[in-house]
Design a protein around this ligand. Structure first.
Ligand code: NDP
Length: 289
């Protein structure tokens, strides 16, 4: 079996890294990027440069996109017309779940299939151990290109609903971004008392490492709607959240994130869940306020 030829559009840091692993895997790769100079490096590494997006798409059945968002896909593919017919577009750009569903319909109207993807690692980890990508879209279509896509990272195909890949991607980044902000906020509090980040880091690191086993019991609570409060209950955790707000205020630093957290505990306690597990906050979060 000859390696599948690939058209690759979007050569930011992610796209460039992906083109390189595809080339290393022996795939012929045709590239196009709005800013042509960004293709120079991968062309020197063996990729073929297309003169236009239309030429690039016309070249191969498999068209992979790595763009800032889904609007960029419309900007690039919108003017192409018939050339899209029969293509499988694997869009590895980030956006919301609903925008990926809309894009699947938009491509279907033009005779093309969408496989949506959410890449879970930064550029330097593309193609490396630990790299993985969430995919969603029709399974039979996905399976035809799985081996090619596997060069980028482990392929986790989540189901036929196109929204799933971005849903899982957003859920992972929800955890990730909030955790990073919490870490930075903790350091603002420390700095206000003259404690450098380097001194605190070993403790923060061990904190991150103990969070996963603590959260391990939460999925059962969330899925069952039962929040038995045998250990860390909402009332106790809420008092701690209040102390963090006060300490932040006294230190003259930003209080937005700890106030948001305290507010969640306040609502759980007001709803009568104070003696239940901290996971009872979930019942407040599952509704828009
Ligand atoms: P960049 O923003 O560097 O690159 C985006 C690409 O999109 C560029 O090729 C850019 O072209 C192109 N582009 C954007 N808007 C348009 C447009 N309107 N018309 C034509 N081309 C357009 O992004 P990255 O490579 O960092 O990321 C790509 C995707 O991967 C993003 O969705 C990002 O969220 C996601 N991602 C990124 C990670 C990271 O660590 N960087 C990690 C995981 C996912 P041009 O060069 O001309 O500007």
């Amino acid at each position: 079996n000859n390696p599948t030829p690939v058209t690759f559009i979007g050569l930011g840091p992610m796209g460039q890294a992906m083109v390189r692993v595809l080339l290393t895997g022996g795939h012929p790769v045709t590239v196009w990027n709005r800013t042509a100079s960004r293709a120079d490096g991968v062309v020197a590494a063996g990729a073929k440069r297309a003169d236009s997006a239309a030429d690039a798409v016309a070249e191969n059945e498999l068209v992979i996109l790595s763009l800032t968002d889904y609007q960029a896909m419309y900007d690039i593919l919108g003017p192409l017309g018939d050339v899209l017919k029969g293509r499988v577009v694997v869009n590895l750009s980030s956006d919301t779940p609903s925008r990926t569903r809309e894009a699947a319909e938009w491509l279907a109207e033009r005779g093309a299939e969408l496989i949506a993807g959410g890449v879970m690692v930064p550029a330097e980890m593309v193609g490396q151990e630990g790299s993985y990508v969430f995919y969603s879209g029709p399974e039979a279509v996905f399976e035809r290109f799985r081996d090619t896509l596997a060069l980028i990272g482990r392929t986790d195909h989540l189901g036929a609903d196109h929204a799933l890949a971005q849903l899982f991607y957003q859920a992972q980044l929800d955890i990730f971004l909030t955790s990073l902000s919490a870490y930075l906020h903790a350091n603002a509090l420390l700095e206000a008392h003259g404690v450098p980040a380097e001194r605190f880091w070993p403790y923060a690191e061990s904190n991150f490492n103990t969070i996963a086993p603590i959260i391990g019991e939460a999925p059962g609570h969330i899925d069952s709607g039962e929040h038995p409060g045998d250990e860390a209950n909402a009332k106790m955790m809420g008092a701690t959240a209040d102390h963090i707000v006060q300490a932040s205020y006294e230190a003259g630093i930003d209080t937005g994130l700890p106030r948001a957290v305290k507010d969640q505990y306040d609502r759980a306690i007001a709803a009568g869940d104070g003696a239940k597990s901290w996971t009872s906050l979930f019942e407040q979060l599952r509704r828009r306020r």
